[in-house]
Design a protein around this ligand. Structure first.
Ligand SMILES: [Zn+2]
Length: 277
């Protein structure tokens, strides 16, 4: 029997992403605040209506700043996973700083949910050469920051040697499962308008045009695989706007009409491991 899984995942950055980029004026902060204040309740209501369990990657900063909002997500039955403490990508940290972030946020997750995170997603999707080792050391089951596949989870390698003037030497496969992601199925580059002193990111795409791409990514999985997982990544402060909430609901209906099984990422990981045995 073919089985096509969809993981709806939410990076609950709230204001942490802006802070990590030095954007701390009241207007930047309010932009992130829209997530816990407006986006999150809308999303929880939508998933309750459709009976869907999702995964929320929550920075420790969000847990310590918006505790009540995070409690609502837990109470609604969704999975809480790790997304750093600050929103700084591991590739920009030392190994010591990276491990300190892992531990501090994991302790917050334990206090919030009663258990440590099983999954990790790096802020801005940029792992360091230490990340896989640290995740294994601290008991993580899966990562969701790499782009080496689209519909098939795979096992992460450790110890790649990548140097400019040499052929790449790939390290050994580990037990850490990768749940691959990509910017094309992330709401941020499509929708988020960003203007700084040096850059403009246009964003603000027509949500129905993005919907068409996202549905086709699901339909292509259905056409070409017997079993697969497609992960969509959204941010409550971005997807929570009216026209995008309507898009998300249309996506859910279209995938469901075409046989999608919606599940939290930890459950998709468990199913992958079972199939791999
Ligand atoms: Zn994030």
């Amino acid at each position: 029997m073919p089985r096509h899984i969809v993981c709806l995942t939410f990076d609950f950055d709230a204001i942490s992403g802006f802070i990590s980029r030095g954007q701390t004026s009241p207007s930047w902060i309010s932009r992130g605040e829209f997530g816990p204040r407006v986006g999150m309740p809308r999303l929880l209501a939508l998933f309750e209506q459709y009976g869907i369990r999702t995964t929320w990657f929550v920075p420790g900063h969000t847990i310590e700043t918006y505790r009540k909002a995070c409690e609502r997500v837990v109470k609604a039955g969704h999975e809480i996973a790790h997304h750093g403490w600050t929103h700084r990508p591991p590739a920009e940290l030392t190994a010591v700083e990276e491990e300190a972030e892992l531990l501090r946020a994991n302790e917050q997750i334990r206090r919030l949910t009663g258990k440590k995170a099983r999954g990790y997603r790096s802020p801005s999707w940029d792992l360091s050469p230490h990340s896989v080792r640290l995740m294994l050391k601290h008991g993580f089951q899966y990562d969701s920051s790499l782009m080496g596949d689209d519909y098939q989870p795979y096992y992460c390698r450790q110890g790649d040697r990548i140097e400019l003037l040499k052929p790449a030497q790939f390290g050994k496969e580990t037990k850490l499962v990768e749940m691959p992601i990509q910017w094309c199925v992330d709401d941020s580059p499509h929708f988020e308008f960003v203007r700084t002193a040096t850059t403009i990111r246009q964003g603000l795409m027509n949500a129905n045009a993005v919907l068409e791409n996202w549905v086709d990514d699901y339909l292509y999985m259905k056409q070409t695989t017997d079993w697969g997982v497609l992960t969509y990544t959204c941010h409550p402060f971005i997807i929570g706007r009216g026209h995008r909430m309507m898009m998300l609901e249309k996506l859910i209906r279209k995938c469901a009409d075409n046989g999608a099984v919606f599940m939290a990422m930890e459950d998709a990981v468990a199913e992958f491991r079972k199939r791999k045995k």
